[in-house]
Design a protein around this ligand. Sequence first.
Ligand code: PLP
Length: 407
Amino acid sequence: MFLSSRIKNTNLSLTLKMNERAQDLHDSGVHVYNLTSGQLPFKPIPELNAKIISQVNFLKSFQYSPPSGFPELKEKVLKYMESSRGINLPREKFDCIVSNGAKHSIYNALGAMVDPGDEVVIVAPYWISYPEMIKFWGGVPIVVTTKSYNAFVPDIDELRKVLTSRTKMLILNSPNNPSGVNYSEHWMDEFANLMQEFPDTLILSDEIYYDLFYYDPKPTYYYQNRIELLDRTLIVDGISKTQMGPGLRLGYCVGPKKIIDAMTLIQSQTTSGPSSLIQRALIELDWSKNVEFLTPIKTYLRRNADALREAFKNEGLDNCWYQTTGAFYFMVDFSITPCFSLYKKDDNDQKDYSIQICDDLLKDECVAIIPGSDFGLKNSARISLTLEKEPFEAAMEKLTHFLSKEK
Ligand code: PLP
């Protein structure tokens, strides 16, 4: 049997392999500190359960929705985007599509915009699925790599260097997975200036972690001070991260009508709209209560971020630490930690030891984290801040002990 070339060019995520290894160790009776998770250990706001249960009583909840979602939900999303981001989205120009997760919206957006050979700029470390989805549609991912000493914020001049007339789209993700930082307002203003130089490039702003900032100020975006850029912006968000519903599979995208129509065409001929039951429950739900619901969750994340900082400080690893502000991750740069001397052969050694280091960490300290190779960054790994405080503190002690070992 011959598989398509598309599939042969698609990489399997190391996250799954790492999870498998951690699970095997756990099954053999060893206590594993699993810091690989991409989801929070909380259920949605109880009102959502109640709305789902009440909507179960209606036939409509079990029938197809329109391909881009129920109009009432789309209007609710547009209003939410306007109030949360402080923007105006005139309905004659802008529209919304509701998909089976934000990932699905991004996939549709790439399908609507990218022809084979078109370039799409992404920032490394990046969310694992961007390059794979770009390649799926025949596009070419162009990667701009960031540095740990800049807290993984992309350099505007580095972005300028890769933008050309072939750049169809640029994907921005703030708050960021896997770095856990929000780009500042000043950075966003500079980015807006940069994008004025490239009027034919579309910007996809992946804001799936928008509400999950645990230090002020809240995330801001380039289009808020430069509303004309909304004409070539797609904003993606959803309920997976900030409404604790990753398994409910619902995300959405807001943007220029013409692009949303094209995305709807793809969705209508492939998956159709997402679950009618969940859509109808979300129509009935009061979304404004989510801000209060998130308060203890943000405290939980802030406590873990503080515990991480303390552990790095106690081991004298201050220079390997940066302040995370949103989402629920931290990216550790092995290449600047003492333990790297146990791996790197000499100054010319450019090899990526991420997998080997993460394997050793799991073997020696029973701490599972995801190698940076998955995120397009050599000699690094992603730590998830989702574990409860005590086990998280214990894991940080083990991790920093491991990072401090020298030749
Ligand atoms: N974008 C980023 C940056 C993510 O981290 C994720 C999920 O991990 C997604 C999009 C996809 O979210 P969803 O579960 O809504 O498909």
